[in-house]
Design a protein around this ligand. Structure first.
Ligand SMILES: [Fe+2]
Ligand SMILES: [Fe+2]
Length: 177
């Protein structure tokens, strides 16, 4: 459907475009309009953690936010959408000079960019602004915000662990590449 090699959240066995998987079909229905947006697609040009593209990271966070929201009684659609948009900043955070430390600045940049992509509820804005909690002012105010901040930490952790594992396996000649 999309001209993109990303097929699943990192760490998940479920393919997001599998038409026979009701879970991922429902997930995809929550975010498909956003995923097609050219500003969101630009995220694939940027690295996030190690070699993971920012688009892959955002899809992973969106998917895990959706799953967590279902478990904790939050709105899965809002959590998935906020998760996809939570890092919608279009610069290389390793080299770009920002007005504040990146960890504090980028949630505000992402929220402003997200408003240019779609209409956002207060809950979705809070989830984007607080996704770096506790590196922000105030607690996440909605269950959806809790889902996104947990999903972000989970996705970032498995991205780093996965990539370092592959480095070690290559050094031991246990995998090629
Ligand atoms: Fe972030
Ligand atoms: Fe993130």
């Amino acid at each position: 459907m999309y001209d993109d090699p990303i097929v699943r959240a990192i760490g998940s066995r479920h393919e997001i475009f599998d038409e026979n998987d009701p879970l991922t079909q429902d997930f995809l229905s929550c975010i498909s309009d956003l995923l097609e947006h050219k500003r969101v697609q630009k995220l694939k040009k940027y690295h996030q953690h190690c070699n993971t593209s920012r688009l892959q990271h955002c899809i992973s966070v969106s998917y895990y936010s959706y799953l967590i929201a279902r478990k904790i009684g939050a709105d899965p659609r809002k959590a998935a959408r906020a998760g996809l948009l939570h890092d919608l900043f279009l610069y290389d955070w390793r080299t770009k000079k920002t007005p504040q430390v990146h960890a504090f600045f980028h949630p505000k940049a992402a929220a402003e960019n997200a408003k240019r992509v779609t209409e956002l509820s207060d809950c979705e804005i809070d989830a984007i602004l607080k996704h770096m909690w506790p590196l922000c002012w105030g607690l996440p105010a909605y269950r959806e915000s809790v889902a996104v901040t947990l999903a972000d930490k989970y996705a970032a952790s498995i991205e780093v662990v996965y990539q370092w594992s592959m480095v070690c396996l290559r050094k031991l000649h246990l995998v090629r590449g």
